[in-house]
Design a protein around this ligand. Structure first.
Ligand code: 3HC
Ligand code: NAI
Length: 692
């Protein structure tokens, strides 16, 4: 049955799209709309047409699942033209979201009416694309060049009232969208349709294009599609509508074929698949979470408490140290004030949020909370004490979570009489900003505790990824190997600033040495001290250890891998560090050498891939895409590369394995023994993504 139907309400034909969940423009939908316009035009009793959608939204875009495959007719630009060329007026009735190709369909219509809650946008840039069904040519004609470029480059959604103001829609509906759309269409009966293609484009100072191109190049670091959006809009101001559409199509196909778009599309689906967790059915009952206790008012605890407050929960923050508690409360107040300053929250919202916030030093204050998130020092003995105390006071049925970044959830759970209620909720710093929430299921964690944690992630506007329990879980376990290669490269002769520049230019948000200084080199040092299973490698994290032992912890002590002027976060190269590394290399008998950029990226990134493969072998991550979602949202991995596992798939696992074997020969099996899974996949010509 076609997902598109047509029926008549008096003289108005209503074309209805029903393609759940988001009415994406799959081939049958395109076909259905195209042929429905034919039917309506031929119907003598029909004098105007409405296009509307069933379900939760208007058309949310092209069907992204079809991308990367041979395109099927009718092509979307032809469908949009077919609508616009209709001799009878066509009205788009928009509810929910009209996005990408969905908005382009609406722009093909002659008039647009939308519910007041509807939002419209061209978010193709987030998928490494530009609007490919004449959006770059029609939108500037309708709303002007600057507004159109801003919408396409930011991908932001415009709410109906603002859309009306900028001329993107013609009317906001009151109560009943469909009947208002029908009446609106009826009003245009017999009139010549108003076609955007025939509108003049607003004249602009042509320098706007170069200025925007330069701004975007700085902001988007090597992404192709923003530049192409600017090019396409510039074209719209210089050539005819049809020529502009042909050039837009070329740009669109170029972007679609790029690895960048493939990476971004992978990220889109990976982030949606993380919610599908084995043995946790979608309909699993969730526990209500209204009151949250946070233990530890330090860096993480205060950020977590603030995030929970902004999600509408009541929060009790507990710390056993007076000064710690005062500092935590101050942090939370200044986070609220910052939110008000940046317009993220209203003054009223801040007052209301702070009314839901309490501090305490007494565990009894946590008796009736629904969830506790512990964020005290990273020490197993302290965490066990805290959980044993919680077990005594917190009501039955509450979830007891730890924010540990490495320690065993099962060991922590064993200090309570209710291991089924214990889970890891690993936030990333700053906790109210970073999108990742690693959710660690212990051996005994109950299914509804996992389901509730996933729902909490959504409520906090985070990407919740459920992983298994092992040292460092997915993110930090892999980070350890990435950091290991960075450290070894330093000993072998690559300067910290060189490694940082190479990996930053490759796309990482920051270089590993700048990150180390930001997080504090002492944090990793302490974690290594607590570990009993470190590899027997005298070179392992040697540079970091030496620096920490000299009191160089990073930004907090004004020096670490770099120097920092008082009050500044700007890293300055320190010749003393070069000398320290050289001396240590000599002591260890390492001959320093010139190291290529290629070797730096391959060693650091393939170290991630190898550990990712081991994580999949161990069943710690459900699928390769989950690992990618972790690295994209918690560790600054370039989104357009899709995550480490997608990146390896892209290179080809056989090629990756050849290099890993070369590293094994050169640097030994301790770190570079190829995982069996990588060997198997490479031998059978498969990819990590084939496993899901
Ligand atoms: N194509 C295929 N599937 C899509 C889709 C699309 N355009 N948009 C969403 N979906 C799927 C999701 O994968 C998800 O599937 P699942 O349930 O199997 O995981 C389901 O629809 C629901 O999506 P969300 O979980 O994201 O639902 P939300 O309610 O949170 O958000 C949304 C809805 C705002 C529409 C969001 O899905 C979204 O932003 N979608 C992408 C919109 C977009 O980028 N459109 C442009 C596409 S490119 C284009 O149109 C090119 C054109 O110019 C030629
Ligand atoms: P922090 O040192 O900034 O804060 C810890 C707070 O816990 C201090 O205020 C301290 O007084 C309090 N505390 C210690 N023992 C306590 C006890 N028994 N009862 C009550 N309060 C107690 O530490 P940070 O950085 O916030 O880390 C907390 C946890 O979060 C650790 O497990 C860490 O591994 C984890 N984590 C840290 C990240 C980071 O970037 N700092 C990132 C992700 C996780």
């Amino acid at each position: 049955m076609s997902p598109v139907s047509i029926d008549r309400h008096g003289a108005v034909a209503v074309i209805t799209v029903t393609n759940p969940p988001v009415n994406a423009l799959s081939q049958p939908v395109r076909e259905g709309i195209y042929s429905s316009i034919d039917v309506a035009e031929k119907d003598d009793a029909c004098s105007a047409i409405v296009i509307s959608c069933e379900g939760r939204t208007f058309i949310a875009g092209a069907d992204i699942k079809e991308f990367g495959r041979p395109p099927l007719e009718p092509y979307l630009p032809d469908v949009v033209s077919r609508i616009e060329n209709s001799q009878k007026p066509v009205i788009a009735a928009v509810h929910g979201t009209a996005l990408g190709g969905g908005l382009e369909i609406a722009l093909g219509c002659h008039y647009r009416i939308a519910e007041s809650t509807a939002a419209l946008g061209l978010p193709e840039v987030h998928l490494g694309l530009l609007p490919g069904a004449s959006g770059t040519q029609r939108l500037p004609r309708l709303v002007g060049v600057p507004v159109a470029m801003d919408m396409m480059l930011s991908g932001k959604f415009v709410k109906a009232p603002e859309a009306l103001e900028i001329g993107l829609i013609d009317r906001v509906s009151g109560v009943d969208l469909l009947s208002e759309a029908i009446a609106y269409a009826d009003g245009y009966r017999g009139q010549e349709p108003r076609r955007i293609r025939d509108m003049d484009i607003q004249e602009v100072d042509p320098s706007i294009f170069d200025v925007t191109r330069k701004k975007m190049a700085r902001r988007t670091r090597g992404l192709i599609s923003p530049g192409r959006i600017v090019d396409a809009v510039e074209v719209a101001t210089n050539v005819s509508f049809d020529e502009g559409c042909a050039i837009e199509r070329e740009f669109f196909l170029e972007c679609m074929a790029s690895q960048q778009s493939a990476g971004l599309r992978h990220a889109f689906f990976a982030e949606r698949n993380v919610g599908k967790v084995p043995n946790v059915a979608k309909e699993t009952r969730q526990r209500p979470i209204d009151k949250i206790g946070v233990i530890g008012a330090g860096t993480m605890g205060s950020g977590i408490a603030y995030a929970c407050l902004t999600s509408g929960a009541e929060v009790v923050l507990l710390d056993n140290d007076d000064r710690g508690l005062v500092r935590g409360e101050k942090n939370i107040r200044s986070l609220f004030a910052g939110g008000v300053e940046r317009g993220k929250i209203t003054e009223e919202g801040m007052k209301e949020g702070l009314q839901r916030f309490k501090t305490s030093q007494n565990y009894n204050a946590l008796a009736n909370v629904d969830l506790v998130i512990e964020a005290v020092f990273e020490s197993m003995s302290i965490k066990k004490e805290v959980f044993a105390a919680l077990d005594q006071v917190v009501q039955k049925g509450a979830i007891l979570a730890t924010n540990t970044s490495t320690l065993s959830i099962d060991e922590i759970a064993a200090s309570t009489s209710r291991p089924g209620d214990v889970i890891g909720l690993h936030f990333f710093s700053p906790a109210h900003v970073m999108r990742l929430l690693e959710i660690i299921r212990g051996e005994e964690t109950a299914t509804d505790v996992i389901a509730t944690s996933l729902a909490l992630a959504k409520r906090l506007k985070k990407i919740g990824v459920v992983v298994g329990n092992c040292y460092g879980f997915v993110g930090n376990r892999m980070l350890h190997t990435y950091g290991r290669e960075n450290q070894l490269l330093l000993l072998e002769g690559a300067a910290p600033e060189y490694v940082d520049k190479v990996l930053y230019d490759w796309g990482m948000a920051m270089g590993p040495n700048a990150v180390g200084d930001l997080a504090g080199l002492d944090v990793g040092y302490k974690a290594r001290q607590e570990r009993v299973d470190l590899p027997e490698d005298p070179h392992f994290y040697r540079v970091a250890d030496v620096l920490v032992e000299m009191g160089r912890y990073g930004q907090k002590t004004g020096k670490g891998m770099y120097l920092y002027d008082a009050g500044s976060r700007q890293p300055v190269v320190d010749p003393e560090v070069t000398a320290i590394i050289k001396t240590e290399a000599e002591r260890l008998g390492i001959k320093q050498r010139d190291i290529s950029e290629k070797e730096i990226t391959e060693r650091c990134i393939y170290a991630l891939v190898v550990e990712g493969a081991r994580i999949l072998e161990d069943g710690i991550a459900t699928r390769a895409g989950d690992i990618d979602a972790v690295w994209l949202n918690g560790y600054g991995f370039p989104r357009y590369r899709g995550g480490p596992m997608h990146y390896a798939d892209n290179i080809g696992l056989e090629r990756v394995l050849t290099t890993v074997r070369l590293f094994e020969e050169k640097f030994g099996s301790m770190h570079w023994k190829p995982p069996a899974l990588l060997c198997e996949l490479a031998a059978s010509g498969r990819k990590f993504s084939d496993l899901s």
